[in-house]
Design a protein around this ligand. Structure first.
Ligand SMILES: [Zn+2]
Length: 166
């Protein structure tokens, strides 16, 4: 696997729902997660970032800290999300995001502070979730990938909200 980066056309596609929950899919999910963990800052990944236009993403904020005080980011551990659908959005907040597909930049993006969502697991069983704070932000970022959107598409202004990485 390798990470596709902006402006690769695969990142602009609307991804298809997962319909077949078979061993091939589970093998892909396993490989995608292992690959994510080899990447610096690999706290989330979506299938289109490796060229597979299917609604699969993985998020794991375990051990992640933010800010100068290195505060742990509250999270519910490893989330394997197939066909995720956000059903409720509450509040909003501007916050900084990065993306493995946009390696040279970070950006300030407005996201809901709390979301409810559903997703299938790798066996096709649907689950309901609530998430808030940075984890909710990460989920909204990954679900965007499944709709062909990057954080770049969410910036209010490239002039004031886009930052080159040092
Ligand atoms: Zn991303």
């Amino acid at each position: 696997m390798e990470i596709l980066t902006y402006p690769d056309a695969h990142l602009k596609q609307q991804c298809a729902p997962v319909e077949t929950f078979d061993n091939e899919l589970r093998q892909f999910v396993t490989e995608l997660e292992a690959f994510m963990r080899t990447q610096p800052g690999g706290i989330g990944i979506a299938a289109p970032q490796v060229g597979r236009a299917e609604r699969v993403c993985i998020i794991d904020l375990t051990g992640m800290t933010r800010g100068k005080k290195k505060r742990p980011v509250p999270n519910q551990g490893r989330l394997i999300l197939l066909n995720p659908e956000i059903t409720e959005w509450d509040g909003y907040e501007l916050g900084r995001e990065g993306c493995m597909s946009v390696p040279d930049y970070t950006g300030n993006v407005i996201r809901a502070t709390r979301i409810n969502f559903t997703a299938d697991d790798a066996f096709g069983k649907q689950h309901e979730y609530t998430s808030e704070g940075f984890e909710a932000r990460a989920i909204q970022h990954e679900v965007d990938h499944l709709d062909g959107l990057l954080f770049l598409d969410r910036l209010v202004s490239r002039r004031t909200d886009l930052f080159q990485r040092k």
